[in-house]
Design a protein around this ligand. Structure first.
Ligand code: SF4
Length: 674
């Protein structure tokens, strides 16, 4: 047990109740939900406030947050509490009345916790990161914090391009969070109890944990006269220059959120969420999630069904969502759906498969055709022409979507949602026209196969934003004016009342593009934008790009250089110091193949492209799961026609440590050319 760091570490619930009375959705500030864990903070050795920097209704059902909450609270002497960014009315009232940001379990000030752990799921929440720190009374800049303040840790997708927030976050943890949060919290709590100076504490984190990026331990170098980023240099000899993203290899042993906190007001995901596998090796060249979560890891059908049973018993939800990046690629999908259907159909619990890849066998999937309620049918073809398909390396044919949709219509589905991207490098007018024409064809197909009315087809069209660790990471994004012209041209093409085109706001995409590949020189621009009122940028009613542009101008930042500029092959990138799997040379080669319209096969079974993840790891996982005949050697598929070549085995003589997940859990792997 440690002394509480701040004498004001006491519940602010009475003040919160008074303010919440005047706020929208007051219940979101009151806590007390079903499955909430409330521990005595004074009896705990370490305390973390887990923050999703958005409104309660967005963050409360986030599966990653629920998993970390469960993992930490499973420890008898550690406690996790939750915190979300209050909406503007509540935040303004808190400032006026001097009420600090608080957690929902014990309504304790966030500033009194050992660690504030923030999940970064979207660049459009970065202004909310500042808002959260500010409301908590934690100095925005890490260098201004003292031993009294929490260590501010950030994980999630944003931790894979961390430099833009390097001045505000003390520790980034790229990769999987399941095995990193507890050792980090224990170390921080121990140091705080011992009164270790903050600089020494951060130094120790950087020294001990190869998966922890502590930006203040690195000096950033730039070309003279505010030129391009030139790299990061560790400030101490005992700090590794390369940070290895944490990866949970024994995925089936990691806990699932089977006792999630059930929000008692509206939430974006009002259902059980079961992650059936992690990773996707389809190799889509725009997709950051697929690149940073390699290798593929799976759970067994038995474990998933048991988890669904437990979560159902613990929550009473009537929908189970089987999540992953590409659920149709789960090797035992039919078996899983059959088992789910047998267990839940009679109980009228629906099973949904978001991120379903198109297959002609959809109608044959058990559970999609019987009494299980049709909970939703969504496809993400991303593009509608074969040429762009080769560029992005996503091999979903229109014919496959039509076949799947026809089967679904016959089974009673009436509505389909499609996701597309515009602004991809190499895009032409014909590619945009094809999206509208295909959506119309898909809608009319229902008349043909059922004799009933046309289907409702909702098309969500996003603008491509280049992200770290994808083959297009060197490309510039399309400027706002061009995006607007394309959107309006597509709107004009649409003649069907049953096809609804919904476009992402080009201004929001532009801000996302600036922040997604930024470096630490952007920090004054973020602070100024927040000072001018930027918060909740993901919310269209609150987003205002002019605040950001004025802030960048005031602080001498050229946003176009971040969002629109194409990088050269040799240019240092602000995430080069992170090793999360796919390597730079392989990503560049993939970019070249995109330009030559060459497809790269899915690295399934024994096919491997040696992307940078140790192949022996991938094959060990597949063998463990019974997905690979142990006598077979991997094939390397690298020729220019996109065909597999040779049956050479991977040279796995060199030993390489990929990550240290926690003390005593050193993971070793083999990898060629190390
Ligand atoms: S190492 Fe090979 S099998 Fe593993 S993710 Fe990379 S390309 Fe796929």
């Amino acid at each position: 047990m440690t002394d509480l760091p701040d004498p004001s570490f006491e519940s602010v619930l009475p003040q919160v109740r008074r303010l919440a009375d005047q706020a929208n959705y007051p219940i979101q500030y009151l806590g007390g939900e079903f499955n909430l864990v409330r521990k005595d903070p004074r009896a705990m050795r370490g305390r973390v406030a887990l923050c999703y920097p958005d409104l309660y209704e967005v963050g409360s059902s986030h599966n990653g947050l629920q998993i970390l909450y469960q993992i930490v609270n499973a420890h008898p002497d550690l406690a996790a509490e939750r915190v979300f960014t209050p909406w503007t009315d509540m935040a303004d009232a808190m400032r006026i009345h001097g009420v600090p940001l608080f957690t929902l379990e014990n309504h304790l000030p966030v500033s009194g916790f050992d660690v504030l752990g923030i999940t970064l799921q979207s660049e459009l929440t970065y202004s909310n990161v500042l808002e959260t720190l500010d409301l908590a009374g934690i100095p925005l800049y890490g260098r201004e914090r003292t031993e009294q303040h929490p260590i501010v840790v950030a994980g999630g997708h944003g931790a894979h391009s961390p430099e833009v927030l390097a001045e505000f976050i003390d520790v980034f943890t790229p990769g999987d969070g399941e095995e990193t949060l507890v050792p980090l919290l224990e170390l921080v709590a121990g140091h705080r109890a011992a009164g270790t100076p903050r600089e020494d504490l951060l130094h120790d984190i950087a020294r001990r944990f190869p998966w922890a990026y502590v930006p203040s331990m690195f000096e950033a170098r730039f070309d003279p006269d505010d030129g391009p980023f030139r790299g990061l240099v560790p400030r101490y000899d005992d700090i590794p220059a390369v940070i290895k993203g944490a990866s949970v290899f024994d995925f089936s042993a990691t806990p699932m959120a089977t006792r999630p906190v059930v929000p008692h007001s509206r939430a974006v995901h009002d259902r059980i969420s079961i992650e059936i596998m992690r990773g996707c090796t389809r190799g889509c060249r725009f997709c950051q999630a697929g690149m940073i979560t390699r290798p593929m890891r799976y759970r067994t059908v038995d474990d998933l069904v048991q988890a669904a049973e437990d979560a159902f018993a613990n929550t009473g939800y009537d929908e189970i969502s089987l999540t992953s990046l590409s659920s149709g690629d789960y090797p035992w999908i039919e078996e899983l759906l059959r088992a789910m259907s047998e267990r839940f159909a009679e109980r009228r619990v629906s099973v949904s498969l978001p991120s379903l890849r198109v297959t002609g066998e959809l109608a044959n999937l058990p559970g999609m055709t019987n009494s299980v309620r049709k909970a939703g049918l969504t496809f993400a073809p991303e593009v509608a022409t074969d040429r762009l398909r080769k560029i992005i390396n996503k091999d979903i044919k229109n014919a496959d979507v039509l076949q799947s949709a026809a089967a679904a219509y016959k089974e009673g589905w009436q509505q389909i949602k499609l996701y597309y991207l515009i602004g991809i490098p190499g895009e032409r007018e014909e590619d945009l026209r094809a999206i509208v024409e295909f959506a119309t064809e898909l809608s009319r197909l229902r008349q043909k196969v059922t004799g009933k009315g046309a289907a409702q087809v909702n098309v969500s069209v996003s603008t491509f934003v280049p992200k770290a660790f994808v083959p297009f990471q060197w490309d510039g994004m399309m400027d706002r004016e061009t995006v607007r012209e394309k959107q309006s041209w597509m709107r004009g093409l649409n003649r069907s009342r049953r096809v609804k085109l919904k476009f992402h706001d080009p201004d929001q995409s532009y801000l996302e593009g600036i922040l997604s590949r930024g470096d630490r020189r952007l920090a004054p621009g973020l602070v100024e934008a927040h000072r001018r009122g930027a918060r909740f940028d993901a919310w269209r009613e609150h987003f205002d790009l002019s605040r950001w542009l004025a802030a960048f101008e005031d602080t001498g930042i050229d946003p176009e250089a971040y969002a629109l500029r194409e990088r050269t092959r040799d240019e240092a990138l602000p995430w080069d110091h992170l090793d999360i799997g796919p390597q730079r040379d392989w990503l560049w080669e993939e970019r070249e193949r995109a330009r030559k319209l060459i497809k790269t096969d899915y690295c399934v079974g024994k096919v491997c492209h040696v992307c940078g993840v140790p192949p022996s790891l991938c094959f060990a996982i597949k063998r463990d799961m019974g997905l690979l005949d142990s006598s077979k050697r991997p094939i390397l598929a690298m020729d220019d026609e996109g065909k597999t070549k040779g049956l050479e085995g991977v040279d796995d003589t060199a030993e390489r440590r990929l990550t240290v997940a926690s003390p005593g859990q050193v993971r070793s792997a083999r990898r060629p050319q190390d």
